[in-house]
Design a protein around this ligand. Structure first.
Ligand code: GRF
Length: 200
């Protein structure tokens, strides 16, 4: 049973998929808190509907990223969080945060990394003309979308896809692989060796 803290900034469909997987008994874990940098994030409403603790922390009240992250960490420590899940969280974590939760922070990215890291990955994919895309769950290190890869799922980019339809196709797969990766973590089955993650 792993204590999970989720960081969100937006609509929270991945959060929803994780909540549902927990309810269905597919993840042996509990979301102890959902934290957002955006007071209007729909993800906060979703969490509240399931009576999950939420907290909004205003970035403007802190003098830099590290101080902001320290406030987040304070809450994560209070809740005894063992796994930090980034689910559409739009800020880069400080090195301090990453050191504090080394190999205990995961993220989902809507492309097959290392292709198309950063913002608007689906648009980048579409505009580049790639024929295959997908999503990636990875551990978070100090770079942008650069940590060891846990799971990936590919989708085809077809001729009649638009940026939106591609994003939708990818999202559907995100909702499958993110809960799965969390379950593997909670079972202690993810072994990191250098850049590679082995599933035992
Ligand atoms: C997803 O596309 C995810 O891959 C990216 O941000 C988006 C979050 O969507 N990191 P949602 O808030 O989970 O609906």
């Amino acid at each position: 049973m792993v204590n999970i803290g989720v960081l969100v900034s937006g609509r929270g469909t991945n959060l929803q998929a994780i909540i549902e997987a927990i309810e269905e008994g597919k993840i042996e874990g509990e979301i102890k808190v959902v934290i957002s940098d955006n007071p209007d994030a729909y993800a906060l409403k979703r969490a509240q509907q399931y009576h999950i603790n939420t907290r909004y922390i205003n970035f403007k009240e802190f003098k830099n990223r590290e101080d902001y992250d320290k406030e987040i960490i304070k809450t994560l420590k209070e809740k005894k969080i063992e796994l930090v899940v980034l689910a559409g969280y739009m800020r880069i974590l400080s090195p301090y945060f990453i050191r504090t939760y080394k190999n205990k922070i995961i993220n989902i990215h809507p492309a097959l990394l290392p292709s198309f890291p950063g913002l608007h990955a689906q648009r980048q994919t579409f505009e580049y003309g790639a024929k295959v895309s997908g999503c990636t769950v990875h551990f978070v290190d100090e770079g942008v979308d650069s940590g060891p890869i846990i799971l990936q799922k590919a989708v085809e980019v077809s001729d009649d896809d638009t940026e939106e339809s591609l994003a939708e196709k990818i999202l559907k797969e995100e909702h499958q692989i993110y809960p799965r990766a969390i379950q593997l973590f909670s079972e202690g089955r993810l072994i990191i060796k250098g850049r590679r993650v082995f599933i035992k």
